[in-house]
Design a protein around this ligand. Structure first.
Ligand code: GTP
Length: 615
């Protein structure tokens, strides 16, 4: 499809595409030469909007102080030339540019005319009008001059025109700018122009509304989640918003109308910030440092370069900085696209990031297609860059949410696994601990039993006997519970040992203990080995007779038992001494033992195998 001059003009007129000036200039150069007609514009009540490109001629001069008279002389001398192509984009140039056009008003015509320069970034614009009656008028405009000098408070440079009398009006427009020299002049009626602008204003407002919403939403997310990716997103969105405010002229119109110098500086700073913040966001989001360190290094270089250019904008000429920043956009965009594709395999959220980036590039491509005449011009295609940028921002926000969800889920899974492992280990350890405690308890029980029991016979040992005796004495005093003490000694046990051996003697002692244990326990008493072949019984009882009866039972049980060793019957019998400790006893406890001992001694003396009571 051939290049149409009209499409180039539309492309060049974009106030949002300062950074695409290189492409537009290229398009303009590729266009076929137009047929220029320097005819005056015939004002027709129905012609509501006329591009002045085909009615204009230009004169480019290095004389920065050339006056209107100089321009008129140059026009008379034929120094004004037709405009190449149908675009009023003259690229970056250091010269002063003069434009000439004429307007013819007939007798019927009404007023309310408006000359719009549909590009907000021209530094100085001076408009001279020569009326049919010879009067001349001058208007000053441009973004280096206070906003209040404009006829209407509009982001584009504009001059209201009242053509009082019929006839031919000559116009000379002088433009100087460090920005790209785009001078798309439109002759229109102000009421008509502002009426038509409503949809544009709505679109731009919607774009900034979406951007502001996403910015606030992600800022809140950053504050609550503390993931710095949200902060970098916010910085990127804010930078892009700031840049578009500058490039559309809205920043100058609405925010700093009295600071033209700052307005120009803001264009450069916001471009530098946009490139740096987008590149940094990409690095962080795709975690390039660990996944693609080489690409990360390249992106870092772009960040440093854009920051240096941002700082340089304070010192170096505008036209120099803006060219470098514009050129940086291309490698940055391509590199970001490449790393997003590269990251697809390693990092799931990269696909959302890629979609976001493609959305922006699609927006730019649709816009370019409109410029090339491949797509019709409608509100959707005309603002496709805004739509692409908004879609990019929304998708990036989704990508961020997806990324944090994915990382949170991965963390949660790791936590669950760690928790399960911990629980399993705790269970294992608890089990081990339980077992150890169990073993310890058993060992303690055994130890306690060992310390209380006699090793040979299993009945209480001497120490336990002492303890039990003291407890019995306490119970007697405090609870009025009398008791008796039985001292028991195996008779002629030396003989057993001597005749049958010590082992047989042990067996005999165990046998006697077992014989005694039954009746003693039945009577509620406690049996202990007092030492050697001697036993003792503590018997809670209300009288001495009961104690003596038990002693007799015990004696008979032993006497009547039969214990054989190697076929021979062991001669076993016991002597018992009984002492009773009644409730009224006041003598020391030791007396009780002595009395029982003495009773036992008497039993021995009187022939053994008998019970004697010291009652
Ligand atoms: N096999 C064995 N013998 C013991 C044990 N403790 C003490 N004897 C023995 O018991 C005997 C006690 O002897 P004696 O004190 O002379 O008294 P006896 O021979 O029983 O004579 P009487 O008490 O007067 O009837 C000793 O021969 C001790 O060695 C023991 O644990 N095992």
């Amino acid at each position: 499809m051939p290049w149409s001059t009209a499409t180039c003009s539309r492309w060049a007129r974009s106030s949002t595409c300062e950074w695409l000036w290189a492409l537009t200039t290229l398009l303009a150069l590729l266009s076929p030469l137009p047929t220029w007609a320097s005819t005056a514009l015939q004002l027709d009540r129905n012609a509501l909007r006329t591009d002045l490109v085909s009615h204009s001629a230009t004169w480019s001069t290095t004389q920065s102080n050339a006056s209107l008279e100089d321009a008129r002389a140059a026009f008379s001398n034929g120094q004004f030339a037709p405009i190449l192509g149908d675009s009023m984009n003259f690229g970056f140039r250091d010269e002063v540019l003069w434009l000439h056009f004429a307007v013819e008003r007939d007798a019927r015509d009404a007023s309310d005319w408006l000359l719009m320069l549909e590009y907000p970034l021209i530094d100085y614009v001076d408009l001279y009008r020569l009326d049919p009656d010879g009067q001349s008028h001058h208007w000053a405009g441009g973004d280096r001059r206070p906003f209040s000098e404009r006829s209407f408070s509009h982001r584009y440079i504009n001059f209201s025109q009242e053509l009082h009398a019929p006839g031919r009006y000559e116009f000379y427009l002088r433009a100087r700018s460090q920005s790209s020299m785009q001078i798309p002049l439109v002759w229109t009626r102000s009421a008509e122009y502002f009426e038509r602008s409503q949809l544009t204003i709505l679109g731009i407002g919607a774009y900034f509304g979406i951007l502001a919403g996403l910015l606030a939403y992600n800022l809140i997310l950053y504050i609550s989640v503390r993931d710095r990716n949200f902060l970098f997103y916010v910085l990127y969105a804010a930078s892009v918003g700031w840049m578009l405010l500058n490039l559309t002229g809205l920043g100058f119109q609405l925010l700093w109308p009295n600071a033209p110098d700052w307005n120009n500086l803001a264009v450069l700073l916001s471009m530098a910030c946009s490139i740096a913040s987008m590149t940094h966001f990409t690095r962080r989001f795709l975690n390039l440092q660990s996944h693609h360190p080489r690409s990360d290094l390249l992106l870092q270089l772009i960040i440093y370069a854009s920051l240096v250019m941002g700082a340089a904008s304070l010192l170096l000429p505008y036209h120099w900085v803006v060219r470098v920043l514009t050129l940086m956009v291309f490698p940055a965009a391509l590199l970001i696209l490449a790393v997003a594709i590269q990251s697809l395999r390693q990092f799931a959220p990269a696909k959302y990031f890629l979609w976001a980036w493609i959305a922006l590039l699609l927006g730019i491509m649709v816009y370019a297609s409109v410029a090339l005449g491949w797509l019709p011009k409608n509100p959707f295609t005309e603002y496709s860059i805004h739509i692409g940028s908004a879609a990019e921002m929304v998708l990036l926000s989704f990508a961020l949410a997806y990324r944090i969800n994915m990382l949170t889920e991965a963390n949660r899974r790791r936590l669950v696994i760690a928790h399960e492992q911990l629980e399993a280990r705790v269970r294992e350890r608890t089990h081990e601990l339980d077992e150890t405690l169990h073993r310890l308890e058993a060992a303690n029980r055994q130890l306690r039993d060992f310390s209380r029991q006699d090793g040979l016979t299993g009945v209480l040992n001497r120490r336990s006997f002492e303890h039990s005796l003291n407890r019995a004495e306490e119970a007697r005093v405090r609870e009025d519970r009398a008791f008796a003490l039985l001292m028991i000694d195996a008779d002629r046990f030396k003989e057993v040992n001597d005749r049958f051996g010590h082992q047989a003697g042990d067996v005999a002692l165990i046998h006697i203990a077992q014989l005694l244990q039954g009746p003693v326990q039945s009577a509620g008493g406690q049996l202990a080995r007092y030492g050697g072949e001697e036993f003792a019984v503590i018997l809670p009882t209300v009288d001495a007779a009961t104690a003596k009866d038990l002693a007799e039972v015990l004696r008979r049980v032993v006497e009547q038992s039969e214990l054989r060793h190697e076929g021979e019957l062991l001669p076993l019998s016991i002597s018992v001494g009984v002492a009773f400790r009644g409730l009224d006893a006041a003598d020391p406890l030791a007396h009780l033992v002595r009395r029982a001992d003495e009773a036992l001694y008497r039993a021995k003396q009187t022939g053994r195998n008998r019970t004697v009571g010291d009652l």
